[in-house]
Design a protein around this ligand. Structure first.
Ligand SMILES: [Ca+2]
Length: 478
C-alpha cells in the first residue's frame, strides 16, 4: 500500500511536471551589447574565445535570419521587449522611451503569473511599461542575486533578461593580454593598422568576458536543475562600434544578429533555421511558448490604423522545426538625431528579403557625422593612412556621404560594398523592396524627415516628463 501510494505520488508529480513543461517554461533572454554577429567562435571568428556560447550553439538552434529593427542600444531593446517596431512605439532615437501606456513582455508575462527581472543594462523607458525587478547595475556580475531570483519560488515560472554591458566600449573589462594584437586576423571590412589591432584585441577580450557571464548563467541553470524547463535565447544585439562593424548603420553587420535558442525537448540540439525573423517577433514567440495566443494581446500602443496587436509574430513553428519561413521582408531604421555628437540628421531606412537589401538615405545632401564613428582615435588613424591609400579614402568618404538609394545582392556581396541601385537589371527588385518599405513606413506612422526632426521629443523618461539630454537641447537651439 505504502509503495502504491508512493508510486501514485511519483506519477502525479511526473504528470504535473509534464503539464508545466508544456504550458509554462521559464525564459532566460541573454542580450549582448554592441557585438557584431561575426565575432563569435561559432559564427566563424578565428580569434575570439567563446567556449560557452559555442557549446550553447550545439545544444540549441541557431537562427541565421534574425534581424534587429534598429541599430543603436535603446530602440533595439524597446523593439525586443515590446514586439513593436521603433517608430510606432515612439522609441526610435537612441536614449529613448516608448509611448505612455505601451506594454512589454514583462507586463504580459507578469499578467500570466510569471515573476520577471532584468539584470544589467536597462536603457528602456517609461518604467511603467517595463515592470521588472532590476538585479544589479550596468556591469552586473552578481550571480548570487540571479540565483536568489531564479530559486525564489519553485512553483512560479520566471522570465529573466540578462542584459550584459559587454562588449560595449570602452573595451577595458576583458582579461588583459588574452589576445596578441599582432596575431589577429583582421576582418576584411576593417582597415588593418596598429590602432585597429590594439582596439580589436581589447574588444575581443570583452567578448570573452561576455562569454564568461553566459557560462555563469548556464552553470546556475544546471546547478538549480532549472535548465530542463527553461527556454534560453541569446542575441548579439546590434553590431560592433568600429567603422563598418555594424552599429549606427543598416548593413548586415549592424542589423543581422547571432541568435541561439536552447529549449530542451522542443528545439533540436545543433539545428539551424534560415527564416527571416526580427526582434519584434520575440515577445509573441515567448507568449506562444507559454501557451498564450499572441494575436489576442493588446500592446497598449495602436498603429495608424488603430491595430493594437504586436508588429511581430510568433516563430514557434520555426523553433520546433515544423517550418523554415516567416517574414518575406524585414525592416530596419536608423535615427541619428539625438546620438552623442551628431551634427546633422542622416536618417536611414531599409527593407531586406532573403537575397537583396534596399536602403534609403533620407537626407543624402547632409553629412553623416556622429561621435561614435566619425570622431574617434580609430578613424583618425585610418584617415592618416588614407593620405597614401586611395581605396581606403573612398571607404572613409562612404562613412560620411551616401546616395539616396542603395541596393545590395547579399548572395554575391555579403559585405555590401557594391551598390546596385542604378543597375537596370535590378529595377524591379528595387521597386518591389521600395514599395514594401513605403507600406511599412505608412503602417508605422513614419513621416521620414519630419519624424527624424521630432526625435529629441522622444528622449527622456516619460511622455509627461520629456527631458532631452543637455547636448541635445543645445543642438536643438542651433
Ligand atoms: Ca548596444
Amino acid at each position: 500500500m505504502h509503495l502504491l501510494l508512493r508510486l501514485l505520488a511519483t506519477l502525479a508529480a511526473a504528470l504535473a511536471l509534464t503539464t508545466s513543461v508544456a504550458a509554462r517554461p521559464n525564459f532566460l533572454l541573454i542580450v549582448a551589447d554592441d557585438l557584431c554577429w561575426r565575432d563569435l567562435g561559432f559564427t566563424g571568428n578565428p580569434d575570439v574565445r567563446t567556449p560557452h556560447l559555442d557549446r550553447l550553439r550545439t545544444e540549441g538552434m541557431q537562427l541565421h535570419g534574425m534581424f534587429d529593427p534598429a541599430t543603436t542600444c535603446s530602440p533595439t531593446r524597446h523593439a525586443l521587449y515590446t514586439g513593436l517596431h521603433c517608430i510606432r512605439a515612439g522609441a526610435y532615437p537612441n536614449h529613448t522611451r516608448a509611448h505612455d501606456g505601451t506594454k512589454s513582455l514583462f507586463t504580459h508575462l507578469n499578467a500570466l503569473g510569471y515573476r520577471t527581472a532584468l539584470q544589467g543594462k536597462e536603457h528602456v523607458s517609461p518604467k511603467a511599461s517595463f515592470p521588472y525587478e532590476h538585479l544589479g547595475g550596468k556591469n552586473a556580475d552578481d550571480f548570487a542575486a540571479t540565483k536568489a531570483f531564479l530559486t525564489r519560488d519553485p512553483a512560479q515560472p520566471w522570465f529573466l533578461v540578462f542584459a550584459s554591458n559587454d562588449p560595449h566600449s570602452p573595451w577595458d573589462r576583458g582579461p588583459p593580454g588574452l589576445h596578441d594584437p599582432a596575431k589577429l586576423k583582421i576582418p576584411p571590412y576593417l582597415h588593418d593598422n596598429a590602432t585597429t589591432r590594439r582596439q580589436l584585441a581589447d574588444y575581443y577580450g570583452e567578448v570573452n568576458k561576455l562569454d564568461w557571464q553566459v557560462g555563469q548563467l548556464l552553470q546556475l541553470l544546471a546547478q538549480t536543475k532549472l535548465d530542463a524547463n527553461t527556454l534560453v535565447m541569446f542575441v548579439s544585439e546590434q553590431g560592433g562600434s568600429m567603422p563598418y562593424a555594424g552599429k549606427w548603420n543598416l548593413y548586415d553587420n549592424g542589423i543581422r544578429t547571432a541568435t541561439i535558442v536552447r529549449w530542451p525537448g522542443r528545439v533540436a540540439p545543433g539545428s539551424s533555421a534560415h527564416a527571416l525573423l526580427q526582434y519584434t517577433d520575440v515577445p509573441a514567440t515567448f507568449l506562444a511558448a507559454a501557451g498564450v495566443d499572441p494575436t489576442k494581446i493588446d500592446t497598449g500602443c495602436p498603429d495608424v490604423t488603430g491595430y493594437r496587436g504586436f508588429d511581430g509574430q510568433s516563430f514557434l513553428d520555426v523553433l520546433t522545426g515544423r517550418i523554415d519561413r516567416h517574414h518575406a521582408v524585414i525592416f530596419s531604421q536608423h535615427t541619428t538625431v539625438g546620438i552623442n555628437g551628431y551634427q546633422q540628421p542622416y536618417p536611414m531606412r531599409a527593407a531586406r528579403d532573403t537575397r537583396y537589401k534596399y536602403i534609403r538615405n533620407l537626407a543624402p545632401q547632409n553629412s553623416y557625422d556622429i561621435g561614435g564613428i566619425h570622431r574617434t582615435d580609430l578613424l583618425a588613424s585610418w584617415k592618416a593612412d588614407a593620405t597614401h591609400n586611395p581605396a581606403l579614402a573612398v571607404r572613409i568618404d562612404w562613412l560620411y556621404r551616401r546616395p539616396a538609394e542603395e541596393l545590395y545582392d547579399l548572395q554575391t556581396d555579403d559585405l555590401e560594398t557594391k551598390n546596385l541601385a542604378a543597375d537596370p537589371a535590378l529595377a524591379a527588385t528595387k521597386a518591389r523592396l521600395s514599395a514594401a518599405l513605403d507600406a511599412w513606413m505608412t503602417q508605422q506612422g513614419d513621416q521620414g524627415m519630419a519624424t527624424e526632426l521630432k526625435a529629441l521629443e522622444r528622449q527622456g523618461p516619460s511622455d509627461t516628463q520629456p527631458r532631452a539630454s543637455k547636448a541635445a537641447k543645445k543642438k536643438a537651439k542651433q
